[in-house]
Design a protein around this ligand. Structure first.
Ligand SMILES: Nc1ncnc2c1ncn2[C@@H]1O[C@H](COP(=O)(O)OP(=O)(O)O)[C@@H](O)[C@H]1O
Ligand SMILES: [Mg+2]
Length: 372
């Protein structure tokens, strides 16, 4: 499938960046399965390895020795990023961009190379581009996170990961604010002041800072507020074991709201699941390795409800069907099927178990899991 034509007809390619500060939280395995899941649902998807210092996406995706990598674009052997994309042998709708293997020096991509990469990323025509980022909060990681249409922060239940997830968000935010200030004019003092603001230690918040800036320069204050109003990254909990884990992770959401005036959208949680490790050994993303394991069910739910919002439309459709038939939910008979065997969760289905209309939001046509 050719993803190369220019973006026309106002085609909306969504670039989703996956970050999270800490290494080993599951950014790469989630990026791989998220992208594969979207492709299985017939969305043209490109998964891009944006971890320039430790490229490993290709391994998770089953490419032992990728024929082309980012390095071939970096050294101008190929002028278009599109030309180094690798077709996935199993899924028509899936391509990947392999990072430059064994080139640790690339972690510090120069400004020019970073801008060229971002420019070309935006030229790719697809429904989704999933950008897997490296660990840490280097400017390159922060800028790639900000270059995406939406950012997803991945966090594990351990306190270090939660703290680093919050810190990552804060660094992203401050990076963008510093850029807004810089592009507004000569405000070196302000940038310094901002970088020294320890919002998690002192009582000082982004709101205080915005107010201070507004007092000095109303226009600049307004620019900051405009950015804060439209900035809402997403949060994904990975490797949760017990339900309390999710509550601990959700502390980031409250802290982001209170201290950083940022609305984090919680996407949901993926359980810790040994199948994930098995799938890594087999070099297959866990979602296609075993679509029915717990981690796959969790991620499928996230994809359908948060990225595709199939669930929303399905339940709306279901409600309409009920209304049309003039029946209340409880009067519905088992034969009045509003859900179907095409549902990934058919076996655990409420409807099937108790004859109650299916509220489940995980519907994916079974064809979504097969190559046409
Ligand atoms: N949901 C999960 N269940 C079990 N193990 C997981 C899960 N997510 C990630 N892992 C483990 O964490 C390791 C690190 O994941 P990876 O995606 O490489 O992290 P990152 O890209 O954030 O550095 C994987 O090799 C895998 O063993
Ligand atoms: Mg990684």
């Amino acid at each position: 499938m050719d993803f190369s034509e220019d973006r026309d007809n106002h085609h909306q390619t969504k670039i989703l960046a996956i970050g999270g500060g800490k290494g080993g939280v599951g950014k790469t395995v989630i990026a791989a399965s998220l992208g594969t899941g979207l492709a299985m649902m017939k969305k043209r998807t490109v998964i891009v390895d944006g971890d320039f210092g430790g490229a490993d996406l290709h391994t998770v995706m089953g490419f032992e020795k990728p024929k082309k990598t980012y390095f071939n674009f970096y050294n101008h052997e190929y002028e278009n990023l599109n030309d180094i994309l690798l077709e996935h042998p199993e899924f028509d709708h899936l391509k990947i961009m392999s990072g430059a293997i064994g080139s640790l020096g690339m972690a510090n991509l120069s400004y020019q190379h970073k801008m060229r990469f971002i420019r070309h990323l935006r030229k790719i025509v697809a429904d989704f581009i999933i950008l897997d980022l490296g660990a840490g909060t280097s400017y390159n990681v922060l800028d790639l996170f900000l270059a995406a249409d939406r950012g997803i922060i991945i966090v594990n239940p351990d306190p270090m990961s939660i703290l680093e997830g919050y810190n990552f968000l804060k660094q992203v935010l401050f990076r963008q604010i510093a850029q807004i200030i810089r592009s507004h004019g000569n405000t070196t003092g302000l940038i310094k002041k901002i970088s020294q603001t320890e919002t998690h230690k002192s009582k000082s918040t982004i709101l205080d800072l915005t107010n201070q800036v507004s007092d000095m320069d109303r226009q600049l204050g307004e620019k900051m507020i405009t950015f804060l109003n439209q900035f809402h990254p997403m949060l994904l909990a990975n490797m949760i074991i017990e339900s309390n884990d999710e509550n601990n992770i959700l502390a980031i959401k409250s802290a982001a709201h209170e201290l950083l005036s940022t609305r984090l959208e919680y996407m949901g949680a993926v359980h810790k699941d040994m199948t994930v490790n098995e799938s890594i050994q087999k070099m297959v993303p866990f979602l296609s390795y075993n679509p029915k394991c717990q981690a796959s069910k969790d991620l499928t739910h996230i994809i359908t409800t948060k990225l595709l919002q199939i669930g929303k439309w399905r339940s709306l459709g279901a409600k309409r069907t009920i209304r049309k038939m003039g029946k209340t939910a409880l009067e519905l008979e088992k034969t009045d099927q509003i859900c179907s065997v095409n549902c990934l969760y058919w076996e655990d289905c409420e409807f099937k178990k108790g004859g109650y209309p299916c509220q489940i939001k995980h519907y994916i046509g079974i064809r979504g899991f097969q190559k046409e």
